[in-house]
Design a binder for this molecule. Structure first.
Ligand code: FES
Length: 107
């Protein structure tokens, strides 16, 4: 099985290539690599401090956000049309090459 890699831009603009195991939450991968992401609620969709921006060409390829995720993002800061909660993005093989950026206030 080939590794799934995702590229994550940290708040300082540095890009990190991370190996992302299938079935993991993107937030967990970012946290396991000790990049700065608060993810205060641990993935239960109650904090929005795992907020990331998804590269435009990847937005449509992800599973669309649930109503609950959209609602959480409504209350988050610095939200853009490509905002997602990284705890709600479950890694799949077809996400190889996915690019995201950690949003301000989530680091
Ligand atoms: S970790 Fe809290 S909403 Fe994602």
């Amino acid at each position: 099985m080939t590794d799934i890699t995702v590229k994550v831009k940290d708040p300082e603009g540095k890009i990190h290539e991370l190996i992302a195991p299938e079935g993991y939450r993107l937030m967990e991968v970012i946290r396991d690599y000790e990049l700065p992401i608060k993810a205060e609620c641990g993935g239960s969709m109650a904090c929005a401090t795992c907020h990331v921006y998804v590269a435009e060409n990847w937005v449509e390829k992800l599973v669309p956000p649930t109503d609950e995720e959209t609602k959480m993002l409504d209350d988050a800061f610095f939200v853009k049309s490509n905002s997602r909660l990284s705890c709600q993005v479950i890694i799949k093989p077809e996400f190889n090459g996915l690019e995201v950026e950690i949003a301000p206030n989530s680091d």
